[in-house]
Every structure is written in structure tokens, then in C-alpha cells.
Design a protein around this ligand. Structure first.
Ligand SMILES: Nc1ncnc2c1ncn2[C@@H]1O[C@H](COP(=O)(O)OP(=O)(O)O)[C@@H](O)[C@H]1O
Ligand SMILES: [Mg+2]
Length: 1004
């Protein structure tokens, strides 16, 4: 759209929101006209696409066009049905939200064509595999089949859909169409038995007649002449120049094969039987009907696979069950004809529904492994209808349009409100006509027109169309949207029949003729006709007429109630999806190209609610764009933003619009978008851009080098940019696809993780191993004391153990390598201490963290001798050959290591130790009892120096020693709460050793 803003005078605006006078219907229509003249049939109202039927083939639906719209931003290209299709598709893929495209408009406006274009767009542009191709073919081929059976030539459209259609296209996670589902609404069955002048029955009858092979027609008992069949001559126009029934027949037959249809014979039998039914003639005396010729019955019996005489009886009698008894009464001529017609309608109508189910079965997405799919729904449903004579069908159709209009207004308003809220801009309430009041008038329980109609249909007694009208007058007579001849003022009375009621729809007034309302709503088939059909051997009819129906005492729901329920369901479906709208307009009633009938168009603009739509969209701001788009386009207009703005985008836009002189009331800045209130502001900016373009350096430069071609180069560079964006988008899409693939493989692997290695789980198992090793790599133990180790998966348990050992060895090796000689010496001593005392002496653990030193000689003497059980400070010197006890430098005792018999300590946490010397050594003064603050250290050094590791005795209880002169002494050790060394009454030295492990030298 941006590129075409400048072309606005010649071809109008591409978006009606840019109309300066947006409330003027004339301006709206003038814009449509300008564009239509230039074959620009598409225009937006915001995101709603308005499409005018060109009634000629335009070269705008080629593969190249599809490519142009694929993956491109909605507003960057001119309006097109493909832009809507692509936008929905991308929203579905990126936001994972189901979408629906609502196509509306009156008969002949181009709805069905639009829905076909969308389907073709997806068929060509979506990713495909062989399996997907089959689905695509079936989706496309479902159209000719449904059109043959559900479309007909009417005065308005040579290929008018006589049923409503909602089609879901299902897409898998790769965005490929993988299935579909169709819901059909209210087929106009009355067309089977009657057509207005200039109209035809459903296409399939004429196609069969024209295209059917001789053999086939013979078998079906048909002549190749539509004039011969009562059901085909009512409209008196079996041939239509724009329709080629013969080639259409071939298309339909081929489509049936693609869909995987194998009940052709039964289906054609049913079609033929309807034609034969139409030719069943009645005669009879005394008003009692009988069938005058039995040729038809013969064919019917064969084609419907029923008993001929039972059928004859059923076509001429009526069976009622009253109070459990069967009452059979003959029919008069009129009743018999309508019974026959009711049978034709029922057979055709049910076969049509069966056909839709059949197509659905062929489109069903059957891959259970991945049930999660996204959906784009296409709604192609009858538009608002106003004829000279409007009946029950128009009543239903227009009610349907009221409902859709309500949904449309609600959702459009809601999406506007949502956008304002998301952008943080205050919502300004919009006045609009809420047509809920009309919907209620039709559908409200007990008080609505449908309820009143049902009541008249169901009540016993002499209910008729006229009593229905009276009831309406009684109950809804005062409603502002309801009038009848009786209730109307004089002026209106002149244009209303006595058998009519008028509804003031949102789109205009419609008079409905009440004749036939009750019958059409009842849609009843006499019981005996139902019984015959239930006995049919025809495969299709057996499914259409279920025997259970006969035993079901409940009255079937009326046509209007069924329709109301199906519409309610449709609204639910549509509400659950994100909608896009295509509003189709028919330019003239004569199906002519290039004729723009203003009156007709104004009428449609009105009843499609387009002005209302525009008002809602324009209520606040005409134009809104993301900051980056706006800045990119207009940055050259401000020196601060040209050539590039480095700061925040919103600041850039703010700087730019201030430089352009926007007044505060003309715009607002949202969170990510700029909102411009009036189109004129935007156009002024556009004009400034045009002027600026010519003075831009880039242009000058290009002009200088390529005098004629700078414009081409500019457009070339834009194309290149678009291509590059396309490349980037495709790369992103590929990355996303890969991610999804990985996740799927992972989930599958997880499910199969306990199985033997197989293709399903190998990815997962490898990943688990890889992730364990990477985790290990990040969390290896920091040192030899760190015992942490990640838990390995079962398959790696053994390897993990090996790695753990290796890791430990490695840590030890590198630790050893870094060790200094002093530290080594320290550790060697600690090792000896450990060997001697670990788990043997209580105060060993306290010694572990304390470093051993080479001397502890200082003022605070840690060694004491217990001579005569009294503590006296001493020093213990350890030389290479002996241990020497001194008192402040005075030698007290020397013990050669060679003479050292043993060393005794207790197992408790005291510091006492006894050096045993031989008792016969006169040089010695007996065993030495010493006490040390560092007993472990002292004894370790002693053991190392004297190589006496093995002579250390650790005693429990007591130590016996030999004192001077061969006297024997005993030291008793007992655990206690406090260190106490004292002479006991028994003459022993008693040592109460601390229980706790804090060893200090208590005073002796
Ligand atoms: N985009 C289009 N281009 C060309 N012709 C079109 C286009 N849309 C509709 N027509 C013509 O108008 C006819 C009626 O369109 P159709 O889609 O059947 O109307 P609707 O479904 O609204 O009743 C089509 O048969 C076709 O000839
Ligand atoms: Mg149609």
C-alpha cells in the first residue's frame, strides 16, 4: 500500500481508511468506481478486504502473483485475496492460532470464487509431500462435486451455491495442508421440485443428461432431453450459454475418482430416481389419487432398490400411528403430489448430506502420531437475499446474515479495542448499530419468531400459515423491527401483502410471504414413505434412511430449529478462531464486465455494513504503522533521522514528526506504532517525500550514472530487499522446522528410551550421553577431597567409573607434581603420625591440621617432666642419636635411641608419655615421664629420629614404668571432663583425661 499512496488520485485509495471524508457513502462508492474502472477489484478497510466481482478473467491469479504475496507484509503489496490468505496462513503459523476467513456478499458477488482462489493459493504455496499432494487434490476436487450437487443457475448467478459451506483446512506443524472438514448448511431442497422462471435445478441433473454415456442413460431409463422431466422444466431454461454441462460432467466424474469414491452407481441411481419421481403422474376419481402409469414405478423400484408395490402404496396413501394403532388413509391428488415431492426432496437432501460426509471421510487427517494441527476455516455462505417474493429460505438466510453481522461488528470492535490497549492508547467509544435486537426477535426462546413458528407446527388443531401470522402479531407485534399489513400505517400497507410480515433487518426491510412456512419448517415425510426408504437396498440410501428413525417416537426437530442450532455452533467455531473478512460486491445484475451499477452497489455497501465498518476503523485514527516501517519510509524528511537513526525507534519517529510539524492532536505514539488521525496528514508527508526523492543524493548519483534508469534501479533495489527478506524468512522458517523436528525426535526417543537401541531412540540416547559428558566436563571435582560426581545414565555407568578413577589419579598426580620439599617433609611426618596414632589416640585428630615445626623451644615451654609426680618444665632435644632432656640448658638425662626400650602413651587425649630405658643401665635415672602440649608431634619426631615407630605402645587404662632406683610406678588413665594429673591415694599417678577432644595442657 505504501508504494501506491501516491497514485491515489487516479486509482483512488487502496484502503478506505485513507478517505478524507470517511462518513460519506458517495466518497466510498466513488473510490470503488475509480478502482473498478482500472480493474483494481480489491480495496481494504483496514484488514477487511472488499472485492468487486469483475465478471471477466483478470490476469491477477497467476503463480507469479501467488509468489509475490507469499510471506510479504500485508501492507507492502496492493490489496489482494492472496494477501488475506497469506496473512491468515502466517498468523496461524507464527501465532499458532486457528484462523477463519469469512466471505460474505450477495448471490453472484464472487464468494465461491474467492474461496476457490484461497484454496488454490494454499495448494500452490504451501509445502508439500506426496501424501500432502493427495490431500491437496482432494481439497480442490471436493469443489466441483459439491458444486454439481449443491449449485444451480439462478437469476443472479449461473453458478449459485444453494447451501452454506464452512470448510476447515487442517495444516500440520510444517504448514502443509494435511486434511479438511466441511460443514454444510441448509440446502435449498425446494429447488429439486420447483424452480422460478429463468432458473434451473441443481447442475448434476443437466450434467448427467448432457454428458452421461448412452449405456448409462439406458440403464437409468433416462432420455437425453431435459424437457422430458417435470423437475427440470419449471424454470424453462435447461440450457445456459455460460455453462458447459458436458465437460462439467467429466470434471465431476474425475473429481469423484480423486476423492476415492466407489459408490458411483448407487449415486447415479438416486439422481435418476429423483427425475423419475418427478414424472410420476396421478389421476383418479372421487379425489382419491392413484398412479396412472407404472413405467416410472418400475424404474424407481430398481433404482431405489425398493419393492415397487410398497412404493406405489406409499405414494398414494398416508399412514399415521394414533394411540398405537396404524391408520392408513388414501391421499387426494394434491396430497399425493406433495407426498411425492417431499420424498424427492428428502432423498436428494439426505444424499447431499451423505456426500458431504463422504468427502469428509476422504479428507480426514488420519495420522494419529501427530494429532496436533492448526486450522484455517473458510466460510462461503449465502449473503443477504431480497426477492420480489421472499419465503422461509430467505428468512433463514437473512437470519444467518444477521448473526454473521453481529459477530463481525463484535469482533471488529474487539480487535480495534485490543490494538489500542496493546499500544497503550485510550479507546474512544464508537457508536454503532447493534443488531442483537433483530437476532433476538428471530431466535429468542418462547418469544422469538422461530419459537412461535415451531409452536404452530407442533400444536394439534387447525394450525396454518395464517394462524402463524396472527400469533406473530400477538406476540411480537410491538417489536420495533417487525411489521405486518395489519400493524402498518397507511403508507406501508400499500406496499405490503396481507399474507406478509416485514422484518427491518440491519441491511434493510424484507417482506416475507408466510405461505409454506409451516410445511417447510415441518419438513415431514409420511411414515409409509419413510418405511419404504428404510427398506431400500441401495447402499447410500441405507445410510441416509436409518431404520431407527421409525421406532423413534420423538418428533424430529423442525428445519428452523435445526438451522438455529447449526448457526449457534457455527458462531462458536468462528469465535474460537481469529477472523479475516472478505466482503464481496456484485457490480451489476446482468453479470456484465465493466458495468458499475451505482444503485445496486450502494445497496450492498449498506447491507454489508461497510460504512459502519469504516466508521469503527476510523473512529480514532486513520493510519497506523509500526515505528520501523514509518521511519524507514520517511526518514529522509528529517536531517536528524537521515540517513539512519541510531537511537530508540519511538524517539526517531517522534523527532521525525516534530520536524514535519505534526500537531499533537494529529497523531499519537503507541508502544510500537504511530497512529495518525487524518489521512491528510499522511498525504502531506507523502507529498513531501515525493519532492524530497528528487533532491536526494542517492537519486542524483544514480541519475548521473544511469540517466534513464535510476527509477528502475530503485525499484530493483526494493525487489532485491524483498527477495532478501524472503530468503531470511525462509531461513528462519527452516530453522524453526529443524527445531520442531528435533523436539519430535526427542519425545519419541524418550518414549522408547528403555528399549534396545533403535532408529526411534538413537538420537535421544546419544543426546543423553552427550549431555552427561558435557555436564561432567563442566562439573569435574575441583580437588581430591571433592567427592561430587554427576549421576551417569545407565548405559554409561561403567565408563563413568573409569573416568572417575582416571580423574582422581590425574588430580593426585598434578598435586604431587606441585609439592615443595618442605611440604613433602611435613606430609611424611604426618603420614608417620597417622600410622602411629590414627584411631588409636583420642587427641590425634586435633594434631592433623596443625603443622609440625622444627622447634618449639620458647618461653612457654610445652614440655614438662613429672619427676616424683610433680610437673617441672623441661626441654626435649632430639638429636641424630639420642633424646636429651634438659632444664634450661642443663643436661638432665640423655637417652640413646639404641637404649630406648619403648615409649608408652595412653589412648586418651592427655599429653603424658613415658620413655622406657633399661632398668639395669646405671647411667640412667629410670624411665622418664614427660608431658607435652604437642604429644603427637613430639612422639612422631622422636619415632622418626630414632627410627622407633614400632616401639610406641598405646595403652588403655594404665602404664607401668620403672622410676629411679628400680622403683616401680603406675600411671592410671581415666576419662573425665577435665584434665587432672595428681598422685592418688594408692600411690599411683592418676591422670583424668579430657573427654572432649580439645587438648590443652592444663596446669598440673
Ligand atoms: N475474481 C473473479 N474473477 C473473475 N470472475 C469472477 C470472480 N469472482 C466471481 N466471478 C464471476 O462471477 C460468478 C459468480 O461468482 P460466485 O463466486 O459463484 O458468486 P457467489 O458464490 O457469491 O454467489 C462466477 O461464476 C464468475 O463467473
Ligand atoms: Mg457461491
Amino acid at each position: 500500500m505504501e508504494s501506491a499512496l501516491t497514485a491515489r488520485d487516479r486509482v483512488g485509495v487502496q484502503d478506505f481508511v485513507l478517505l478524507e471524508n470517511f462518513t460519506s457513502e458517495a466518497a466510498f462508492i466513488e473510490n470503488l468506481r475509480k478502482r473498478f474502472k482500472e480493474n483494481l477489484i480489491y480495496t481494504y478497510i483496514g484488514s477487511v478486504l472488499v472485492s468487486v466481482n469483475p465478471y471477466k478473467d483478470l490476469e491477477i491469479y497467476t503463480k507469479n502473483h501467488m509468489e509475490r504475496y507469499r510471506g510479504v507484509n500485508f501492507y507492502e503489496v496492493s490489496p489482494h485475496i492472496y494477501a488475506v490468505a497469506d496473512n491468515s496462513y502466517r498468523s496461524m503459523r507464527t501465532e499458532r492460532k486457528d484462523q477463519c476467513i469469512l466471505i460474505s456478499g450477495e448471490s453472484g458477488a464472487g464468494k465461491t470464487e474467492a474461496s476457490k482462489k484461497i484454496l488454490q493459493y494454499y495448494a500452490v504455496t504451501c509445502p508439500a509431500s506426496e501424501q500432502v499432494q493427495t490431500v491437496k487434490d482432494r481439497l480442490l476436487q471436493s469443489n466441483p462435486v459439491l458444486e454439481a450437487f449443491g449449485n444451480a443457475k439462478t437469476l443472479r448467478n449461473d453458478n449459485s451455491s444453494r447451501f452454506g459451506k464452512y470448510m476447515d483446512i487442517q495444516f500440520d506443524f510444517k504448514g502443509a495442508p494435511v486434511g479438511g472438514h466441511i460443514i454444510n448448511y441448509l440446502l435449498e431442497k425446494s429447488r429439486v421440485v420447483h424452480q422460478n422462471h429463468g432458473e434451473r435445478n441443481f447442475h448434476i441433473f443437466y450434467q448427467m443428461m448432457e454428458g452421461g454415456e448412452e449405456d448409462l442413460l439406458r440403464r437409468l431409463g433416462l432420455e437425453r432431453n431435459p424437457q422430458q422431466y417435470q423437475y427440470l422444466v419449471k424454470g424453462n431454461c435447461p440450457k445456459v450459454s455460460s455453462i458447459n454441462d458436458r465437460s462439467d460432467w467429466k470434471v465431476v466424474r474425475k473429481a469423484l475418482t480423486v476423492i476415492g469414491f466407489n459408490e458411483d452407481e448407487e449415486l447415479l441411481n438416486i439422481i435418476a430416481s429423483v427425475l423419475h419421481l418427478g414424472n410420476v403422474q396421478y389421476g383418479g376419481e372421487d379425489g382419491i389419487a392413484c398412479i396412472t402409469s407404472d413405467t416410472q414405478i418400475k424404474y424407481l423400484a430398481r433404482l431405489l432398490a425398493v419393492n415397487g408395490s410398497v412404493l406405489t402404496e406409499a405414494l398414494t396413501h398416508k399412514k399415521i400411528i394414533a394411540k398405537g394403532e396404524e391408520l392408513v388413509s388414501p391421499l387426494n391428488l394434491e396430497q399425493a403430489s406433495s407426498a411425492r415431492d417431499a420424498l424427492s426432496k428428502a432423498v436428494y437432501g439426505r444424499t447431499f448430506t451423505w456426500l458431504v460426509n463422504k468427502i469428509n471421510a476422504s479428507l480426514a487427517y488420519t495420522d494419529d502420531s501427530y494429532k496436533n494441527y492448526s486450522v484455517i476455516g473458510l466460510l462461503d455462505i449465502y449473503g443477504f437475499e431480497v426477492f420480489q417474493n421472499n419465503s422461509f429460505e430467505q428468512f433463514c438466510i437473512n437470519y444467518c446474515n444477521e448473526k454473521l453481522q453481529q459477530l463481525f461488528i463484535e469482533l471488529t470492535l474487539k480487535s480495534e479495542q485490543d490494538e489500542y490497549e496493546a499500544e497503550g492508547i485510550t479507546w474512544e467509544p464508537v457508536q454503532y448499530f447493534n443488531n442483537k435486537i433483530i437476532c433476538d426477535l428471530v431466535e429468542e426462546k418462547f418469544k422469538g419468531i422461530i419459537s412461535i413458528l415451531d409452536e404452530e407446527c407442533l400444536r394439534p388443531g387447525d394450525a396454518s400459515d395464517l394462524t402463524f401470522l396472527e400469533k406473530l402479531e400477538d406476540i411480537v407485534g410491538g417489536h420495533p423491527h417487525f411489521i405486518t399489513h395489519k400493524l402498518a400505517d397507511g403508507k406501508t400497507r400499500k406496499v405490503m401483502g396481507r399474507e406478509e410480515f416485514r422484518l427491518l433487518h440491519y441491511a434493510g426491510e424484507v417482506n416475507y410471504n408466510i405461505n409454506g412456512f409451516l410445511d417447510k419448517n415441518n419438513d415431514l415425510l409420511f411414515r409409509n414413505l419413510k418405511e419404504v426408504m428404510c427398506m431400500s437396498e441401495n447402499k447410500i440410501l441405507r445410510q441416509c434412511f436409518d431404520r431407527e428413525e421409525l421406532s423413534d417416537k420423538k418428533r424430529p426437530e423442525t428445519a428452523a430449529t435445526q438451522f438455529k442450532a447449526s448457526l449457534a455452533k457455527l458462531m462458536e467455531i468462528l469465535m474460537s478462531k481469529e477472523p479475516s473478512y472478505v466482503r464481496c460486491i456484485k457490480p451489476n445484475d446482468s453479470k456484465q464486465a465493466a458495468r458499475f451499477d451505482e444503485v445496486l452497489i450502494r445497496h450492498q455497501v449498506k447491507y454489508l455494513g461497510l460504512m459502519e465498518n469504516l466508521r469503527v476503523r476510523r473512529a480514532g485514527f486513520a493510519y497506523r504503522r509500526r515505528y520501523e516501517v514509518f521511519l524507514q519510509r520517511y526518514k529522509s524528511l528529517c536531517p536528524d533521522t537521515w540517513p539512519n537513526w541510531q537511537g530508540k525507534l519511538s524517539d526517531g519517529v517522534s523527532t521525525l514528526v516534530k520536524h514535519l510539524g505534526y500537531k499533537p492532536e494529529e497523531y499519537k505514539l503507541g508502544r510500537s506504532k504511530i497512529f495518525i488521525r487524518f489521512p491528510k496528514t499522511l498525504f502531506a508527508t507523502e507529498d513531501a517525500l515525493e519532492t524530497r526523492k528528487h533532491s536526494l543524493g542517492e537519486t542524483d548519483y544514480l541519475t548521473f550514472i544511469f540517466p534513464q534508469n535510476w527509477a528502475f534501479l530503485l525499484s530493483f533495489s526494493i525487489t532485491m530487499q524483498a527477495c532478501w527478506r524472503g530468503v531470511l524468512a525462509r531461513r528462519r522458517a527452516q530453522r524453526r522446522r529443524q527445531a520442531v523436528d528435533t523436539v519430535r525426535r526427542f519425545i519419541k526417543g524418550f518414549i522408547y528410551r528403555h528399549k534396545e537401541r533403535c532408529p526411534e531412540n538413537e538420537y535421544f540416547l546419544d543426546y543423553v550421553r552427550y549431555s552427561f559428558l558435557m555436564n561432567l566436563h563442566r562439573n569435574l571435582p575441583k580437588n581430591v577431597l571433592d567427592k561430587s560426581w554427576p549421576t551417569p545414565p545407565a548405559a554409561l555407568a561403567e565408563a563413568s567409573e573409569h573416568l572417575r578413577t582416571l580423574c582422581m589419579q590425574n588430580m593426585v598426580w598434578s598435586y604431587c607434581k606441585k609439592i615443595s620439599p618442605e611440604w613433602k617433609h611435613q606430609l611424611e611426618q604426618k603420614m608417620v603420625a597417622s600410622e602411629m596414632f590414627k584411631d588409636k589416640k583420642d587427641n590425634y585428630p586435633q594434631s592433623v591440621p596443625k603443622l609440625f615445626v622444627s622447634t618449639r623451644l620458647s618461653k612457654i615451654n610445652p614440655i614438662k617432666a613429672l619427676k616424683g609426680y610433680k610437673a617441672r618444665p623441661r626441654q626435649l632435644l632430639l638429636t641424630g642419636s639420642s633424646a636429651i632432656v634438659t632444664e634450661e640448658g642443663k643436661l638432665k638425662q640423655r637417652i640413646d635411641y639404641a637404649a630406648l626400650k619403648g615409649v608408652s602413651v595412653s589412648s586418651l587425649s592427655d599429653g603424658l608419655f613415658v620413655l622406657h630405658v633399661p632398668s639395669d643401665d646405671n647411667k640412667q635415672k629410670g624411665d622418664v615421664v614427660l608431658q607435652s602440649d604437642h604429644v603427637i608431634e613430639t612422639l612422631t619426631k622422636l619415632a622418626i629420629c630414632g627410627d622407633k615407630v614400632n616401639v610406641i605402645n598405646i595403652n588403655q587404662g594404665s602404664i607401668t614404668f620403672t622410676a629411679a632406683q628400680g622403683k616401680e610406678g603406675i600411671i592410671d588413665f581415666t576419662p573425665g571432663s577435665e584434665l587432672l594429673v595428681a598422685k592418688a591415694k594408692n600411690g599411683h599417678l592418676s591422670v583424668v583425661s579430657l573427654n572432649n577432644l580439645l587438648f590443652t595442657l592444663a596446669s598440673v
